[in-house]
Design a protein around this ligand. Sequence first.
Ligand code: KG4
Ligand code: ZN
Length: 337
Amino acid sequence: MNILSIESSCDEMAAAIVSDGRVVKSSVVSSQIDLHKKYGGVVPELAGRHHLELVNNVVQSALDEAGMTFNDVDLFAGTRGPGLSAALLVGCTAAKSYAYAMGKDFVGVNHHEAHILSVLLEHENVEFPFVSLLVSGGHTMVVIVDSPGKYRVIGETIDDAAGEAYDKVARLLGLGYPGGPLVDTLALSGNPKAFNFPRPMKDDPTKMSFSGLKTAVKYAVRDNEDAKVEDICASFQEAVIDSLISKTRATIEVLNEEKLKTTAVSIGGGVAANSNLRTRIESLAKEYSIRALVPDKAMCTDNAVMIAVAGKVHYDLRGPDGLGVGIDPGWKISDLS
Ligand code: KG4
Ligand code: ZN
């Protein structure tokens, strides 16, 4: 089964062709980073309008790269949510329109579920339940994946997402956008103990917070004129990752207390491309003698391959969606089952 998938929930317009939810025939990602750079973040209306200009070309490029035409596609998948309305509308409507025109099925995909299930592509024989840490520019949560399509959100941020904190800290350090990769690189040559930034809500496994951390960095910059930017980046990153790891550990404990054996721990979302987080997740898995499911870096940031993988899982579980189904900008994965 050849699946043509479209992702446009934020500032990436992406299309891919994946056979049987496992074999990647093509993957095209058109980033709008340069367009939004000068604003220091994504401007929803601009993203939507630009997606509209790009969508047909990106889809055609995915077909060309796979050596296919629309006639070879068996199923069309599009991201329905969560995300920016103006952006989601373009990709989801395009996927439905192609399905209608070609007389083929359509399936609407949850963006978060796609990040979580992306590990199925690269890892054989994934068993359930496992714990997934989902960290992106829009969301930060730790989820128990009981089975495909069945998710329990255990810990969640009460304010900024971790990626958002990276982007805001990079902006106040004058580094550029998106901040994550830039802070990640500078942190490699900094001292993570140079500043003791807060790790809030240490004792509550259900909550994370990153907005106070951003403020603490702001004051550290103001009060320490000679501070090395590398040290600020490394200390900030250490605080973010300590919080993420402690909530992931708490969620593994929740599953273990339920006497359901945790089989693995996974990461997904843009921040999962962070070199330090990847190493720390591997260590956490070792500590519990479970598998670490760490996707390739290109699979962590937004792409359409993961939409095809999740689309196939959903199609097998529930069949196609009707073409009347709309976008859902606030779609929670806990509402899926
Ligand atoms: O999943 P994603 O591509 O888009 C959303 O759905 O939000 O995540 C983008 C976020 C941005 O905030 C970016 O700064 C962050 O992921 N990011 C990173 C790294 N690469 C991307 N954060 C930390 N370290 C990285 N290496
Ligand atoms: Zn994402």
